[in-house]
Design a protein around this ligand. Structure first.
Ligand SMILES: C[S@@+](CC[C@H](N)C(=O)[O-])C[C@H]1O[C@@H](n2cnc3c(N)ncnc32)[C@H](O)[C@@H]1O
Length: 187
């Protein structure tokens, strides 16, 4: 078995944890790969809330979801993930997935911003049910991604004092600094 990439490992872990009928959040819809994955996990009676600030991302993700025949499971919101609490009930969400950075093949200057990311992580904490999973992929391979990765790691590290169980995963020997996957279980 070849060690999985962080994105692949995130899917493996979340696939095991998400049940039919669950409500989950894709905090960074982008081109919709994770949105489709989450929509498959929650089944016909589940719900995915997908957020992105860029219209082009929402369109791209919506098309991918439509092509997968999963439209009725997904609710799109073109707004910052920092506002996710306006769209879901506290304690009702099984998983929140972040894939930070910029939208591939589009404007690389439009990237997630540390201040918004930290607000969104706090919002996700309130929305998650006890035992719910938070998955965050950070990209230290671009300038603002270095600071964002450090801020996310430090924010998560502080949650261990509240009893959260948290893991970090990344590749060695890559040309660029490897993306880091953080997976946290809310207590
Ligand atoms: C790496 S891409 C996401 C990839 C996506 N998960 C997929 O499967 O294709 C990061 C996305 O985060 C979005 N983003 C940036 N700031 C955001 C914010 N404050 N709230 C929600 N999304 C944001 C960008 O527009 C971009 O589409």
């Amino acid at each position: 078995m070849v060690p999985p990439r962080p994105t692949q490992l995130a899917h493996r872990i979340l696939r095991e944890a998400i049940l039919n009928g669950d409500t989950v959040i894709d905090a960074t819809a982008g081109h919709g790969h994770d949105t489709v994955f989450l929509a498959e996990c929650v089944g016909a009676s589940g719900r995915v809330l997908a957020f992105d600030v860029q219209e082009i991302a929402i369109q791209s993700a919506r098309t991918k979801v439509e092509m997968a025949g999963l439209t009725c499971r997904v609710e799109f919101h073109q707004t910052s993930h920092a506002r996710m609490a306006e769209h879901a009930q506290a304690g009702a969400v099984s998983a929140v997935m972040f894939n930070l950075g910029y939208l591939p093949r589009e404007n690389h200057a439009l990237t997630t911003m540390t201040s918004e990311t930290l607000k969104a992580l706090a919002a996700a904490t309130d929305l998650l049910k006890a035992g719910g999973l938070l998955s965050v992929i950070c990209y230290p391979g671009h300038p603002s991604g270095v600071a964002e990765t450090a801020a996310v790691e430090s924010w998560l590290d502080a949650q261990t004092a509240r009893g959260w169980r948290i893991a970090k995963y990344g590749m060695l020997g890559t040309r660029m600094p490897s993306p880091s996957l953080f997976v946290a279980r809310k207590t």
